[in-house]
Design a protein around this ligand. Structure first.
Ligand code: AMP
Length: 261
């Protein structure tokens, strides 16, 4: 069954924003974290998982990108600092990221399920997330770690194009849009993200190795980590993901119950 993509307004805009199509759980609520180097395709997998099995793609990068469109006077000093870090390819401070996530607790509680994409990015963020979820009695089902050799990643990031409006992701060679520069889904303009420029990519890869790679060990110790090869077409990687999830859930580890929104 295919479900409509929701607009994720509650997550992207924060505050009192309401989602136009709140996610409907198809196979019971799923609460997953997606890990992987920038360009490994975790955003695409989050989108496919969201369409195929419910759950909302919650990307902290999308929150920061959305705040770029605010006029400067409406950007808090923390948001301005975050946007500067992001443009350089550096990680935003844990404090700012956690403040954004805490403001959006209702999204983590959503009984349609959650697919955390790009958060947590450091062990400190993961520990803080663990505490937030525990306070709400929410259990994670699994952490998907997408593995890909560095040279393929660098190639991918250079050709990536993202829709300014709906955030759909394309690639000039491997997933070109039907019309160059135009989003197939909503007709929006496709652009190269500022942080996909070559100088920013090398900083992002260094940040990933130093801060994000240790997360795999953190979740391995909790019996939640599923390593998945991200090499191949999005459909092949998606099938691997479903197989790994089925095996993991059949083994009966962390079980999550629906919680009221
Ligand atoms: P992404 O779209 O997930 O690749 O994120 C784009 C950029 O946003 C990253 O390069 C960081 O500058 C920033 N960012 C997003 N999520 C986080 C996070 N959880 N921790 C720190 N920085 C983040």
């Amino acid at each position: 069954m295919t479900i409509p993509m929701n607009d994720r307004a509650a997550w992207v805009k924060g505050g009192l924003a309401q989602c136009s199509h709140p996610p409907v759980p198809v196979r019971g609520p799923r609460r997953l974290i997606l890990l992987g180097a920038p360009g490994a395709g975790k955003g695409t997998q989050a989108e496919m998982l969201s369409r195929g099995g419910g759950g909302c793609q919650l990307s902290t990068g999308d929150i920061f990108r959305a705040s770029k469109s605010l006029v400067t006077a409406d950007q808090s000093p923390a948001v301005r600092g975050a946007l500067e870090a992001m443009a350089r390819g550096d990680l935003v401070s844990d404090e700012t990221v956690l403040e954004m996530v805490r403001e959006r607790m209702r999204c983590l509680r959503c009984n349609g399920g959650i697919l955390l994409d790009g958060f947590p990015r450091t062990v400190a963020q993961a520990a803080a997330l663990g505490q937030l979820l525990e306070e709400e009695n929410i259990k994670l089902d699994a952490v998907l770690s997408y593995e890909m050799p560095l040279e393929i990643i660098v190639d991918r990031l250079g050709g990536r194009r993202t829709c300014e409006s709906c955030k759909a992701v394309f690639h000039v060679e491997t997933k070109p849009p039907l019309v160059a520069g135009v989003c197939d889904r909503c007709g929006g303009n496709l652009r190269q993200r500022q942080d996909d420029a070559p100088e920013a990519v090398s900083i992002r890869m260094a940040a990933y190795k130093e801060s994000t790679a240790p997360l795999a060990e953190f979740y391995e110790m909790q019996g939640l980590l599923l390593s998945i090869s991200a090499v191949g077409t999005p459909e092949e990687v998606y099938q691997r993901t479903l197989d790994a999830l089925d095996r993991h859930l059949a083994e009966g580890p962390a079980h999550s119950e629906a919680v009221p929104d």
